[in-house]
Design a binder for this molecule. Structure first.
Ligand code: ZN
Ligand code: MN
Length: 134
């Protein structure tokens, strides 16, 4: 049973989950999304939130970030972009990196192949945590 990519059934629950994700820059976990959505739909279950997040990821409307941890984080911005994960506080933030397209082109040229997508993750200590150390 495969759905064409990009096709997704619109439900009130799904719309709300998408809205919550697009309204934050914190790259939340499913639990965080669940707590937020529950403020408007108190009867929704965590399982329903998980299922809808899964569908949104499969439809390419949401990004799933794993960062090698046991739980995923979600991003309402589906465009390929880079992230920085703080090893002290666990915060995940967007990284501004202008060479994204150039990078794929360079890899294609030097290896003579075709790149469709790529992933790049940065790890370290965020500005807030750095400031606390001073
Ligand atoms: Zn930090
Ligand atoms: Mn992001």
């Amino acid at each position: 049973m495969s759905k064409p990519k990009g096709f997704i059934r619109r439900t009130k629950q799904r719309e709300l989950i998408l809205e919550v994700l697009k309204g934050t820059t914190c790259h939340p976990t499913a639990d965080w999304v669940y707590e937020k959505v529950r403020e408007e739909l108190p009867s929704i279950s965590l399982g329903t939130v998980y299922r809808n997040l899964r569908s949104l990821v499969e439809a390419g409307e949401v990004l799933e970030l794993t960062f090698g941890s046991s739980f995923s984080r979600f991003d309402g911005n589906p465009e390929n972009h880079y992230h920085f994960a703080c090893e002290e506080c666990g915060q995940v933030s967007d990284i501004d990196f202008p060479l994204q397209e150039e990078l794929e082109k360079r890899v294609e040229e030097s290896n003579r192949l075709k790149v469709h997508t790529h992933r790049l993750e940065f790890y370290g200590i965020c500005q807030e945590c750095l400031n606390k150390k001073e």
